[in-house]
Structure formats: structure tokens, C-alpha cells
Design a protein around this ligand. Structure first.
Ligand code: PRP
Ligand code: URA
Length: 209
């Protein structure tokens, strides 16, 4: 699978296993999703450019590196993507946050848009699209399409669990988009749920089922 980064870090693996557990309640689920998102953000930002600066330490002048002022926006796909935003913001606090509202029609499994609010300078920013689940890939593909229509060029996609079908669907339309997935699971079931997955991410985050 080209352009896909899967995480083998023990902390990420451990926490995703707890997230998957059906006995994990909403409070713990939310906390774990936020923590894993923060840990994943560490890797997603690995290619951020640096610039040299001179810092006066109490002892001497040190040649150091700081981030070169990259402009970033996070775009969670509502609603489940919201669960990952605060974790990523802990590492990239200056990022702006846009929202794309999509839900999957339970019959057709096609994404339906109901909300879109993006930073006004979104086309000048590098974007990280955030959603815990990449199942058929319909939602992520549509969200990325909206962003491209608004002139965004550099887009990464970050999810906790991806199905091979979802990765293939996104890359069929947007092959240049790097996908960062905590785990890649086996398959989708007949209802478009990831197997073994973690169930319905939005419902588990917000306690709606
Ligand atoms: C879930 C999930 C993704 C989408 C993935 O959202 O958070 O957005 O399904 O499925 P796909 O890859 O097949 O499009 P859902 O539509 O259940 O909405 P919710 O976040 O409001 O619960
Ligand atoms: N959306 C979810 O929340 N879970 C899945 O397994 C698939 C889509």
C-alpha cells in the first residue's frame, strides 16, 4: 500500500486495543481517542520544515531549530472526527480548525453533506483531515474533494482504523494524499462497518447508542 503510514508504536497499539473493547465506556473512549490522536500527530508532522535560529542559553549562543511557520488547518469530519481534534491541537496549537459535516446514508452508504465551515485562508494552508474511521472511504473522499474545490493542495488524512477498501477508494481518486492509520483492519461487513473495527465511532464517543 503506497502512501499509507501504519503505526507500530506500542502506546498507540495498546490504546487502540482499549478503544476497540466493547466494554470501554464513552468517557474512557473519548480520553483514549484524544490521546491516540495526539500520539499520531507526532508522526503526521514529521515532515514539517524547520529553520535555524540562534538562542541565547544561560551559558552561550546555541544554533537551534524551530518550526518554519507552516500554516496548518485541521479538518475533522463531523461528528466523530471531533473526538480527535483536541489531541492534535495539543501538538499543533496554532492550527486553525475547519469542519466538514458528513453522514453516511445507512442504505446507500454514500456520504451526505450537511455542514462546511473552513478558515478563510484555507487554500494557503496544509490540511490534516481527521476522522477515526475510514470504512468505504466515501466520507473521506468527499471531504477531500470539497477541500480541493476550495484550492487546497496539500492534504493528509489521519484515522484510527482503516479498512483496505477505504484506503483503496481514497487513493483511487486522491492518490497523492498520505494516509496515516493507527491500524488497518481486515475488511468491511455487509453494513459497511469495519471488521473487527470498534463499532460506531460517533455513537461511542458521544454516547448516542
Ligand atoms: C462514520 C465515520 C466516518 C464514516 C466512515 O461517520 O466517522 O465519517 O462513518 O465511513 P465511510 O468511510 O464508509 O464513509 P458517520 O457517517 O457514522 O457519522 P457520525 O460521525 O456523525 O456518527
Ligand atoms: N463508521 C463507523 O463509525 N464505524 C465503522 O466501522 C464504519 C463506519
Amino acid at each position: 500500500m503506497g502512501n499509507v503510514h501504519v503505526f507500530d508504536h506500542p502506546l498507540i497499539q495498546h490504546k487502540i486495543s482499549l478503544i476497540r473493547d466493547k466494554t470501554t465506556g464513552s468517557k474512557e473512549f473519548r480520553e483514549l481517542v484524544e490521546e491516540v490522536a495526539m500520539l499520531m500527530a507526532f508522526e503526521v508532522t514529521r515532515d514539517f520544515p524547520l529553520q535555524e535560529v540562534i538562542v541565547e542559553t544561560p551559558v552561550a549562543a546555541a544554533k537551534c531549530k524551530v518550526l518554519a511557520g507552516k500554516k496548518v488547518a485541521l479538518v475533522p469530519i463531523l461528528r466523530a472526527g471531533l473526538g480527535m481534534v483536541d489531541g492534535v491541537l495539543k501538538l499543533i496549537p496554532a492550527a486553525k480548525v475547519g469542519h466538514v459535516g458528513l453522514y453516511r446514508d445507512p442504505e446507500t452508504l454514500k456520504p451526505v453533506e450537511y455542514y462546511c465551515k473552513l478558515p478563510t485562508d484555507v487554500n494557503e494552508r496544509d490540511l490534516i483531515v481527521i476522522d477515526p474511521m475510514l470504512a468505504t472511504g466515501g466520507s473521506a473522499t468527499a471531504a477531500i474533494q470539497f477541500l480541493k474545490q476550495r484550492g487546497v493542495k496539500n492534504i493528509k488524512l489521519m484515522c484510527l482504523i482503516a479498512a483496505p477498501e477505504g484506503i483503496a477508494a481514497v487513493h483511487a481518486v486522491h492518490p497523492e494524499v498520505e494516509i496515516f492509520a493507527g491500524n488497518v483492519d481486515e475488511k468491511l461487513n455487509d453494513h459497511g462497518y469495519i471488521v473487527p473495527g470498534l463499532g460506531d465511532a460517533g455513537d461511542r464517543l458521544f454516547g448516542t447508542k
